[in-house]
Design a protein around this ligand. Structure first.
Ligand code: DAH
Length: 354
């Protein structure tokens, strides 16, 4: 028994992992283990011998079992210590910085325009950027031979060989949304349509893609006076100062009468100040919706009338935030975006100022 004790206590102490320990357990106290076999031989002993050997064997078995259990715990503790050493983490280190993007000035200005006009009761309507020539031209009283069609530098899509239908276009203005909205919702209505438009043109003041916002108000007694008030109210809130407007008689196929609208400004060392001085800057086209356009939208011109306007958003952003070159809007230059971009939480809000 002493030999057995010495042997197993020694082996258990040396065991370096759980499976060795398990092997030892089977060898010593398993069903056919050395100690178990000894216990089985108790039956063949005389009563006196058994009285001495029995308790000793039981004590040995208990001792081996507790040595096994103790070693098992020690191995588990050691493994955990090892893991903790390896997976050590300094929770007091400052967190890694995450680069925050900025809101593009065009997105910001679009939101500003929406906030101001929504406050005047205009809802936002949208339409597709790839448009049929009917919505982009014909429905707006721009027939095939009309010079306005040629002037628009339109991007056309391709039809399959032999397909004689007129090709779709990249919309050249947001005006087709007027027609789509009239068809879908009828009159009365008060909407704005911000969005991208496309023309094949590229220089310091023109990019092949740019942004417009269209306005449309239809009711029984809408007049040019409502248009003028709405625009002056809009510009004054947008620029944060009272802005006078000048209406110049003009011509658009989709309005009659038509007016180009200038805002009051002053030039100073090559930069422009809106809302002061006695220069004028052209910013939009507008007028009373042409009866043919109302008709194309399914609205009876004998019963309804309205005003419409179309304005360049990019231009507005340049004027308000002193951005000199239109093309920079679309260059994706990170330095420019960080400089002119807005923080994402800086949401345009009429109550807190724009
Ligand atoms: N669609 C015109 C353009 O892109 C702008 C315009 C002028 C829109 C007069 C209108 C309008 O709604 O009434 O140049």
């Amino acid at each position: 028994m002493d030999d057995l004790r010495e042997k197993y206590v020694g082996l258990i102490a040396q065991a370096s992992d759980e499976s060795t320990l398990e092997d030892l357990r089977v060898q010593a106290v398993g069903k056919k283990g050395e100690i178990s076999l000894q216990m089985r031989s108790l039956g063949k002993m005389s009563a006196e011998e058994r009285q001495v050997a029995g308790p000793k064997l039981n004590a040995l078995k208990d001792e081996i079992n507790s040595a096994l259990a103790a070693k098992k715990t020690a191995l588990a503790d050691a493994a955990l210590d090892e893991r903790l050493r390896g997976e050590w983490l300094d929770v007091t280190l400052p967190a890694r910085g995450r680069p925050a993007g900025t809101i593009h000035p065009i997105s910001q200005v679009t939101e500003e325009v929406i906030a101001i006009l929504a406050d005047l009761g205009f809802a936002v309507a949208e339409g597709p950027q790839i448009e049929s020539d009917w919505y982009n031209f014909d429905a707006l009283n721009i027939p095939g031979h009309h010079p306005a069609r040629a002037e628009m530098d339109t991007f056309y899509t391709h039809r399959a060989e032999g397909d004689e239908r007129p090709p779709h276009v990249l919309r050249t203005h947001t005006s087709p949304v007027q027609i789509r909205h009239m068809e879908a919702q009828g009159a009365p209505c008060r909407i704005i349509c911000p969005g991208r438009v496309y023309r094949a043109d590229y220089d310091q003041t023109h990019t092949p893609m740019f942004n417009q916002v269209e306005g449309l108000a239809i009711d029984k007694d809408i007049s040019m006076a409502n248009l003028k008030w709405t625009l002056e109210e809009f510009f004054s809130v947008f620029f944060g100062t009272e802005v006078k407007t000048r209406f110049r008689a003009s011509h658009f196929p989709f309005t009659e009468p038509s007016a180009e609208v200038d805002i009051q400004c002053r030039w100073e060392n090559g930069s422009v100040k809106v809302g002061e001085g006695d220069d004028w800057l052209e910013v939009l086209g507008s007028g009373m919706v042409h009866p043919k356009v109302l008709q194309a939208g399914g609205i009876d011109p004998a019963e309804w009338q309205g005003f419409a306007f179309g304005m360049g958003i990019d231009r507005m952003a340049m004027l308000k935030y002193g951005i000199p070159d239109l093309r920079a809007f679309f260059d994706s230059d990170l330095r420019w975006l960080r400089h002119y971009g807005f923080a994402s939480l800086q949401q345009p809000n009429l109550a807190t100022g724009l």
